[in-house]
Design a protein around this ligand. Structure first.
Ligand SMILES: Nc1ncnc2c1ncn2[C@@H]1O[C@H](COP(=O)(O)OP(=O)(O)OP(=O)(O)O)[C@@H](O)[C@H]1O
Length: 914
């Protein structure tokens, strides 16, 4: 027992007369309250010798006066400090200002009752009582039943800790001489007074009341008197002989109830308090859980060591976090759907099965952190597969015999502690290693700390490198492919000859696959053949028809699609790309390997069509470099195509971009100037108002002049592939042309004119494109969509420097997104465009990770040498691979082929009609 309540009654004799005690009002009233219920009388023995009691009448009945009055009347006055020195006490932990009444040094006065009323207690009995009392500690929690302090998870800290509140005790239970009635197990007010503590405010009167009562191990069998103690919050009735708790129905504020180690058969069979959160009912005789809906506020429920044989009645306990049903007779895991449950103890039951289904068994308990299922009959660990929050699993002494079961735990990211001892698996030689391998986060296995070295060793021993894993998957797929029987599907190719073996370089746009395969082809022209795709995108200046693409119009491409001429078709950044059957089956030597590049869709189509391509994943190693490459590649072209139809570029030894739009003028040209190669020059035209008037036009002209001069004098002339010597004017703004002294501009729109004042070899072509309005000033309003359309219709016969990226891909976005886009500043939109491509790269990478083995090689286009080396290795492998695995297939003999082709055509027609 703590010194706090271990006061020698004789101490009172140390008190000196005329000592003053300062007692806060609230405390006095509490004491008074308490004393009103406990009529006590002081006897001569209790008093210092100076105070002799003359007669019975001098005995002070405290039932009518407050304690303090009693103390005063006895002259026991002392200031708090001195008193507290004299009386053993434990000072409160917290700052006294937290407590009502200021100074809260807790003096403890023990005042004995009238001995006449008390029977003699034999030495044996006295010993019993004192033992009982010392066991029932005020400061400890109910005993821990589960190894490893599981049982204390109920409430992490004791909110009713007497240390935190002023505490007053008048008598210690040990010093009570029990009456006959009390000895027979009847709870009396005297006992309650001895066992009560912890002052808290009464919710009704606002006065302080004692709200904690620890009646553990008092031999009680009748507690009906408790019904008068409405304000109890904490009640410990453990280790008594109780058979019913009806009286608790009168305790509306009860929050904590320990009724363990009694003889109770009914669970919580009393009127539900408002907010009962913690119930310990362990070690009783409960065999059935009734519907506990009324006890909705339960957070902790301990029903261990009862006779429960099935779980039910807990459905509506939405706040239940801790449930202990250990040492019962439960056979089947079901009836638990308490979503907030974090700790579940079911050890020592007979559970062999769990309810199966989407919201059953453990699947209904997504938040479980600790589970104890030791000493049951489980044979599998699969029921824990989806318990994502699980941190600790105790499943000792079950029947888990297959090591493979541990695999079920491999996706549990937080599982750091497992106990499998006593299962057949634990005696397997590989048990330790398998556990470490499958349960990656593990820190404690069967109570022993797992060292980092062990984990590393095991991982090194068992985990294949990604390379091997990828190869293995690949070979698995290959095997599957070999084993699959030949059948005609919608994807079956309408060809009768085995297609060539092929290497396909796959990557996101702008990765440089085209350049890569060309370089590789040039190294091995004899054993490779370049596969040329069709595309609707405009030809770049340095591209030749039929060398890297067949450039076709959209109409032509659509026709080819309708005629089913393509093996695969993709839409990339608004242009269509397709690889045709004709190109696939082009006559070549049997040993020649087809080399082509596609996007992911194309590559997967080739695979689905059973063409068995060797897929090579190409990407930029450094995403920064990829970003810069995209900027170089698309910024320019995208800008031109999207924001300013009037601004076109021309290919020349030096290029000039002329623009007349305010937005472009202020941002675009500058930007272009930065990103264009050195021998290109961007011309910036300042035109804030969006109108070209005579003033701005003269500035424009002088700007042009300046730049042209600069081009001519400073920049080295480079060979132009086109060597055009004409200047193409498209709808030339008259105000430009009105400066004949600068350059000879034609006044006729859309006509070719020589630039006479410049050396035509040096400036090969120059496009100035503006919009004339009513023959006068040109007005350019960005919001004027018509301007955009009319100008985009103008045809140019020059070759654009870079591929012009269509905006149609972005046009596919919803209207809402489009509107947002419109509101963005031009450079933000471009960033978005590039962001989309970067996201596409991420998609490719994710796809690769999720499908190990689908790519047989990964190359980095910004690491040219290693890339070519890898491709050469691959080429050797492909050359050595079997060529004859194709089934010869005779279309004529296959009725299914006809049916399938008819169906395919019908589908196609329907698509076209739609
Ligand atoms: N037949 C095809 N089917 C699907 N995708 C294709 C096909 N042909 C080319 N592609 C892909 O189209 C994308 C755009 O190619 P294109 O050459 O037009 O632009 P690019 O940005 O210069 O490409 P790269 O980065 O390879 O140089 C590339 O990712 C390419 O792999």
């Amino acid at each position: 027992m703590s010194s706090y309540n271990q006061i020698n009654p004789k101490k009172i004799q140390d008190l000196q007369p005329s000592m003053e005690v300062l007692v806060p009002e609230t405390r006095t009233s509490t004491l008074t309250n308490l004393f009103q219920n406990v009529p006590l009388r002081l006897t001569q023995e209790d008093l210092p010798s100076e105070y002799s009691m003359q007669s019975e009448a001098d005995q002070i009945s405290i039932s009518t006066v407050s304690t303090m009055e009693a103390v005063y009347s006895l002259g026991l006055h002392e200031d708090d400090e001195k008193l507290s020195q004299k009386v053993a006490h434990k000072p409160p932990k917290q700052d006294s200002s937290d407590h009502p009444g200021g100074n809260t040094s807790c003096e403890v006065l023990i005042i004995e009752t009238n001995l006449d009323e008390v029977d003699e207690i034999g030495p044996e009995a006295q010993k019993d009582v004192s033992e009982t009392s010392s066991e029932a500690s005020y400061f400890s929690w109910p005993e821990v039943e589960i190894p490893g302090s599981w049982g204390t998870y109920g409430i992490e800290e004791n909110p009713w800790d007497d240390d935190d509140k002023p505490f007053v005790r008048f008598r210690d239970y040990n010093d009570l001489k029990l009456t006959r009635q009390e000895k027979s197990g009847v709870l009396t007010e005297r006992i309650i007074a001895c066992c009560s503590s912890y002052l808290d405010k009464c919710p009704q009167t606002g006065k302080y009341v004692l709200c904690k009562c620890n009646l553990a191990q008092k031999g009680l069998n009748n507690i009906s008197i408790l019904m008068f103690h409405h304000y109890l919050q904490y009640l410990d009735l453990s280790r008594n002989e109780l058979t019913n708790l009806d009286a608790l129905g009168e305790l509306p504020f009860l929050m904590y109830l320990d009724a363990s180690h009694n003889m109770l058969t009914d669970l919580l069979n009393f009127k539900a308090p408002f907010n009962l959160t913690h119930v310990n009912y362990s070690h009783n005789f409960v065999d059935m859980i009734p519907n506990l809906s009324k006890f909705w506020s339960l957070v902790y429920l301990n029903l261990s060591h009862n006779q429960v044989y099935q779980i039910n009645g807990l459905d509506n306990l939405k706040y239940l976090k801790y449930l202990n049903l250990s040492h019962n007779q439960i056979r089947f895991l079901r009836g638990l759907n308490n979503k907030k449950l974090t700790h579940l103890n079911l050890e020592h039951n007979q559970i062999g099965f769990s309810e199966e289904g989407p919201n059953c068994g453990f699947k209904a308990l997504p938040d479980l952190i600790v589970v104890n299922l030791s000493d049951n009959l489980l044979t599998s660990l699969r029921l824990f597969e989806e318990m994502e929050m699980l941190q600790k699993l105790i499943i000792m002494n079950n029947n888990i015999s297959c090591l493979y079961e541990i695999e079920s735990l491999k996706f549990l990211k937080f599982l750091t502690e497992v106990h499998f001892k006593g299962n057949p698996i634990a005696s397997d030689d590989n048990y330790y290693e398998v556990c470490l391998k499958c349960i990656q986060p593990i820190l404690i296995l069967d109570g022993d700390v797992v060292s980092a070295e062990d984990k590393m060793l095991v991982n090194a021993k068992y985990a294949p490198t990604p390379f091997i894993a990828s190869k293995k998957n690949h070979s698995d797929l290959f095997l599957l492919e070999q084993l699959s029987t030949w059948e005609v599907t919608n994807m079956t190719l309408p060809i009768t000859k085995a297609p060539p073996r092929m290497i396909v370089v796959v990557g996101p746009p702008g990765t440089g696959q085209k350049k890569l395969i060309q370089e590789f082809y040039e190294r091995h022209p004899k054993c490779l053949r370049l596969g040329i795709s069709h595309t609707t995108r405009p030809k770049n200046v340095n591209e030749t028809e039929g060398e890297c693409y067949y450039f076709v119009s959209e109409e032509k491409f659509d026709d080819m699609v309708r005629n089913a001429e393509f093996v695969t078709v993709s839409d990339i950044l608004g242009y269509a790309y397709g690889f045709s059957y004709e190109e696939l089956m082009k006559p070549s030597s049997r040993d020649t390997i087809l080399l082509l590049h596609t996007d992911l869709v194309g590559a997967l189509n080739l695979r689905m069509r059973n063409l068995r391509p060797y897929l090579v994943f190409a990407l930029y190693y450094q995403s920064d470099a990829y970003y810069s490459q995209l900027l170089r590649k698309y910024y320019y072209t995208y800008w031109l195509s999207r924001y300013d139809y009037r601004c076109k570029s021309c290919y020349a030894t030096r290029c000039m971009c002329v623009d007349s739009l305010p937005n472009f003028a202020s941002n675009g040209a500058c930007l272009l100037a930065k990103i264009l190669p050195k021998n290109y020059k961007a011309l910036r035209i300042i035109n804030d108002s969006g109108k070209i008037n005579s003033e701005t036009s003269s500035r424009v002209t002088s700007d042009i002049e300046e730049i042209l001069k600069d081009i001519i004098t400073n920049l080295p002339i480079k060979e132009s592939p086109t060597k055009k010597s004409s200047v193409k004017f498209a709808e030339v703004n008259p105000s430009f042309i009105a400066q004949p002294e600068c350059y000879m501009y034609s006044t006729e729109s859309l006509s070719d004119t020589k630039v006479t004042s410049l050396n035509s070899d040096e400036i090969t072509s120059l496009i100035i494109e503006t919009k004339k309005k009513d023959g006068g000033e040109s007005s350019f309003n960005l919001a004027d969509e018509d301007v955009f359309h009319s100008i985009s219709e103008v045809e140019f016969d020059f070759e654009p420097i870079l591929s012009v990226v269509s905006e149609s891909k972005l046009e596919e976005d919803s209207d809402e997104v489009r509107k947002q886009n419109r509101r963005l500043k031009p450079n933000q939109r471009i960033d978005k465009f590039i962001d989309n491509i970067l996201k596409e790269r991420e998609l490719y990478i994710r796809f690769h990770r999720a499908n190990p083995g689908i790519f047989c090689e990964t190359v980095f286009t910004d690491k040219a040498e290693s890339t070519i080396q890898k491709l050469e290795d691959l080429l050797k492998r492909v050359q050595n691979s079997s060529r004859d695995s194709w089934h010869s297939y005779n279309v004529k003999n296959d009725p299914a082929f006809k049916v399938m082709m008819t169906q395919r055509l019908l589908d196609l027609n329907r698509d076209i009609e739609e």
